[in-house]
Write a protein that binds this ligand. Structure first.
Ligand code: SF4
Length: 353
């Protein structure tokens, strides 16, 4: 991390990323505020709290307990149930080996990462690798990542397996949850590919097809689906590359801008205003600063979502949009198209009223 980014964080230690926070980086790739804060390792949940706009993030205790119970059931008896599900969808060798790299409780992360490297450096011995530990560099920080499992398919292809406790009901699952799981799995695929490349292996041996193991139809019976995460991988790579170059943005900020959590709410809010945000309703499920940014963006058309922002290009505020719709304001040259749309919508609304 550069000195400029360290300066922005002040005396507060950097917040460490994990697979969830890295996955969330893809939520709003166009937002400079988020890129700067993440690259500087600012603790966004604490910052949001300090300025009086806390968010509610994280899984409920009930969801965590259900998830842990489901995973324990799948992995009991040398992963008997998990093997059965994976055999069906990956043609995994059901009799293949099982390596649990996390069995030593007093282990350090570095030791577990070393064992993961050693296992992957050698010939593909195990069919299932449990508790592997991977790393990924995020804005100069080395982040440790723990996929649920790596499965080796026949012919040496590696697949990331994610275990989630949400349900697939009649073949359908909550699309927001599935896409969040897909991005998180893409983080592991990227970390695994980089590790294989470091070890001198072909990184494309790590498949872009990941396996999601969920519960089925309100029971705790498992069901597996294969997801292609190529799109998520390219967004993730773009966003990580952008974070790496964000130090130039940080260097261009005035010297007085600081996100040191020892500062008062007024100073922190003033500092935030120096870094451009791009609020969209999707932020509410992807970024800890969403409540503040929504408050800040109130009255802007962008706050109503991307479809509205795209349709009303050039019309920045709701007040302006209402005036154009009512015909009480003349559109500027770049607002003519949007104004015609707004007037047509207003006419239709009046006819229906
Ligand atoms: S909540 Fe704010 S900082 Fe976070 S991504 Fe959205 S606009 Fe950017």
């Amino acid at each position: 991390m550069t000195a400029g980014l360290d300066r922005l964080r002040g005396g507060t230690p950097p917040k460490r990323h994990n697979a969830r926070t890295i996955a969330a980086l893809t939520g709003n790739p166009g937002c400079t505020r988020r890129a700067v804060l993440d690259a500087a390792g600012v603790d966004k949940p604490k910052l949001a709290q300090r300025i009086g706009f806390p968010g509610s993030f994280g899984q409920s205790r009930f969801a965590l307990a259900r998830g842990n119970g489901f995973e324990a059931m799948l992995k009991a008896d040398d992963c008997a149930l998990l093997r059965k599900v994976l055999t069906e969808c990956l043609q995994l060798d059901a009799a293949g080996g099982y390596d649990d790299l996390g069995e030593d409780d007093d282990d350090t992360l570095t030791a577990r990462h070393r064992r993961t490297r050693e296992l992957l450096a050698g010939a593909a011995g195990a069919a299932l690798i449990d508790h592997p530990l991977l790393t990924l560099d995020v804005a100069g920080q080395r982040v440790f990542l723990e996929p649920d499992l790596i499965a080796l398919q026949i012919e040496g292809r590696l697949h990331v397996v994610e275990i989630k406790s949400f349900a697939i009901v009649d073949g359908q699952a909550d699309s927001a949850k599935v896409s969040a799981a897909a991005v998180q799995a893409a983080v592991y695929v990227l970390a695994l590919r980089r590790l294989l490349a470091e070890l001198g292996h072909d990184p494309t041996l790590v498949s872009h097809d990941v396996v999601l193991v969920c519960t089925e139809n309100f029971s705790l019976q498992p069901a597996a689906v294969v997801l292609d995460v190529r799109k998520q991988l390219s967004t993730l790579q773009r966003q990580l590359a952008r974070l790496a170059s964000v130090s130039e943005l940080a260097a261009a900020l005035p010297g007085s801008v600081s996100f040191d959590l020892a500062l008062g709410p007024a100073d922190l809010t003033a500092a935030l205003r120096h870094v451009e945000a791009r609020y969209a309703p999707e932020c509410l499920s992807a970024c800890e600063l969403a409540v503040y940014c929504r408050h800040e963006a109130a009255g802007s058309t962008a706050a109503l979502g991307r479809p509205v922002r795209d349709a009303l290009g050039g019309v920045d505020t709701v007040a302006e949009a209402l005036a154009l719709a009512a015909g009480t304001a003349e559109p500027a040259e770049d607002q003519v198209e949007a104004a015609a749309l707004l007037r047509a919508a207003a006419r239709l609304r009046a006819e229906l009223a």
